[in-house]
Design a protein around this ligand. Structure first.
Ligand SMILES: NC(=O)C1=CN([C@@H]2O[C@H](COP(=O)(O)OP(=O)(O)OC[C@H]3O[C@@H](n4cnc5c(N)ncnc54)[C@H](O)[C@@H]3O)[C@@H](O)[C@H]2O)C=CC1
Ligand SMILES: O=C([O-])CC(=O)C(=O)O
Length: 328
């Protein structure tokens, strides 16, 4: 067989590590590989499980027509040199629980995962997915000591996609023609912004009356819980994986997309010592910039309430971690 000299050149492929190979993590691995964005390392504490998932995904490559490597592992050494680390490790909520009810169990998991991952990939950009999302993002930021441009949380893209879905369903239009921004925390106090929602450039407020918009806003606020109640065995994972993949893609391909992203604020919107969702430009270095929208008094008040609740939970999580460190 003839071997061309250029075939000797090793081609570089970016690597995305996903910590937590459960429903969100494994679906995200599939999306990243099948979109041909990067090689994927799937890490979980359960022995054999990420290895099995990785093999299954590898066996689909011929059919899906990509050649990405998917590695399953229980060892952080295999994550070395990742460009992006996504943390989905931790418990999902059960019916009747709020996301904040997961704080006690998930804080330690996320902090430990972030520390281990940064030790092996010091140049990586981190995306946190585990709930309660805003608190986990802030804790992971503190634990890694990363500049805030390189560590962010996924929630706003998902919440905006839900708002867009409900608007599209109401109007009978294509979801991709609807654009919205949902800011604030990933919980009942999130801040959907109908004033900034459009359908192919037409303001939403021209298309729907106030009562209908308010109904869709409320459904968006409870979008996660609606699925938890329907499924009874965990939460959403298809749309969360798609939303995370959109962020991964914007970073890997330096697309500079303007997306709602959870980030530690440093005076923007008059807020600091807290992480919540605000519009950010996402490119190859992570968060390229944070956009400060000119919010109305009412919108700003809602954002402050949302931030205050996250700040209280951060303080509570820090106490839990301190006690746990002291006793272990
Ligand atoms: N930010 C968002 O918008 C969303 C957040 N979530 C959150 O993402 C998290 C994961 O959700 P699912 O994938 O549905 O849960 P899951 O239970 O299917 O998967 C979680 C995985 O984490 C693993 N894990 C636990 N401790 C670990 C550790 N120390 N190191 C490595 N892996 C560990 C478990 O073995 C499990 O495989 C939950 O906290 C959920 O609430 C889910 C959907 C959307
Ligand atoms: O609702 C949950 O627990 C999972 C989640 O964050 C979402 O789907 O928005």
């Amino acid at each position: 067989m003839y071997t061309s000299p250029s075939s000797q050149i090793l081609c570089y492929s970016p690597r995305v590590t996903i910590i937590g190979a459960g429903r969100v993590g494994s679906t995200l691995a599939q999306r990243i590989a099948e979109k041909n964005l990067a090689d994927v390392v799937l890490l979980d504490i359960v022995p054999g499980m990420p290895q099995g998932l990785a093999l299954d995904l590898m066996e689909a490559r011929g059919i899906e027509m990509h050649n990405r490597q998917i590695i399953g592992t229980n060892d952080y050494a295999d994550t070395t040199g990742s460009e992006i680390v996504v943390i989905t490790a931790g418990f999902p909520r059960k019916p009747g629980m709020s996301r904040d009810d997961l704080l006690r169990t998930n804080a330690k998991i996320v902090v430990e995962a972030a520390k281990q991952a940064i030790a092996h990939s010091p140049d990586a950009i981190f995306i946190i997915v585990t709930n309660p999302l805003d608190v986990m993002t802030y804790l992971a930021w503190q634990a890694t000591g990363l500049p805030r441009d390189r560590i962010m949380g996924m929630a706003g893209v998902l919440d905006s996609a839900r708002f867009e879905t409900f608007i599209a369903m109401e109007l009978g239009v294509l979801p991709r023609d609807v654009k919205t921004m949902v800011l604030g925390s990933h919980g009942d106090l999130m801040v959907p912004l109908p004033r900034f929602a459009t359908v192919n450039g037409i303001p939403l407020t021209e298309l729907l009356d106030q009562a209908t918009i308010e109904r869709l806003v409320e459904r968006t606020r409870h979008g996660g819980a609606e699925i938890v109640e329907l499924m009874q065995t965990g939460g959403a994972f298809f749309a969360p994986a798609s939303a995370t993949c959109m962020m991964v893609e914007s970073i890997l391909l330096n697309q500079s997309r303007l997306l709602p992203v959870t980030v530690a604020l440093m005076g923007e919107y008059g807020l600091e010592n807290v992480a919540i969702g605000v519009p950010c430009r996402l490119g190859c270095g992570g968060i390229a910039s944070v956009l400060e929208l000119d919010l109305s008094d009412e919108e700003m008040a809602a954002l402050r309430v949302s931030a205050e609740s996250v700040r209280q939970n951060i303080a509570w999580a820090q106490e839990i971690l301190m006690v746990s460190n002291a006793t272990s």
